[in-house]
Design a protein. Structure first.
Length: 154
């Protein structure tokens, strides 16, 4: 019995659309990261880009458990002395680019390296319900029905 190793000819990518409204951020990010890597497939090969193309809509309506919306702080540095800045998760969701919160959560769940950066190009996140990928006829992945813990009200 030989170990199967996928070649580029063996890879079949699908298009998947996920509605993030009311879904818990970390649970959604882990499902998306698994789909981007291709770990849900029986033919998973660690050194190949096996994952699907994932479209996420309503990223601004994602939920967080506990007090994370007010207490979780994201820091960055401008590069200048004393240039550390911060925003809470709630401020990011109410700001100009709420989709960045989900994008960074998924990025941090992937291993660092060239392959992960390539896999992140297969992720498209939109704050609203509009997306320009109807021509790819994506399949709907219902994350809410996978596990009752995936959703949270208010």
């Amino acid at each position: 019995m030989k170990t199967f190793s996928a070649t580029p000819a063996d890879i079949e990518k699908k298009w998947i659309i996920i509605d993030a409204e009311g879904v818990v951020l970390g649970r959604l990010a882990s499902i998306i990261a698994m789909r981007l890597r291709g770990k849900h497939k029986a033919t998973f090969t660690p050194h190949m880009d096996m994952g699907d193309n994932v479209i996420v809509i309503n990223a601004d309506k994602v939920q967080m458990t506990g007090k994370k919306r007010t207490d979780k702080v994201h820091y960055w540095h401008t590069g200048y002395p004393g240039g550390i800045k911060s925003r809470t998760a709630g401020q990011i969701l109410e700001g100009k680019y709420p989709e960045r919160l989900l994008t960074k959560a998924v990025q941090r769940m992937l291993p660092g390296g060239k392959l992960s950066r390539q896999q992140m190009t297969n992720l498209r996140v939109y704050a609203g319900t509009e997306h320009g990928h109807e021509a790819q006829s994506p399949e709907v992945l219902d994350v809410k029905s996978m596990n009752p813990k995936n959703t949270r009200e208010g």
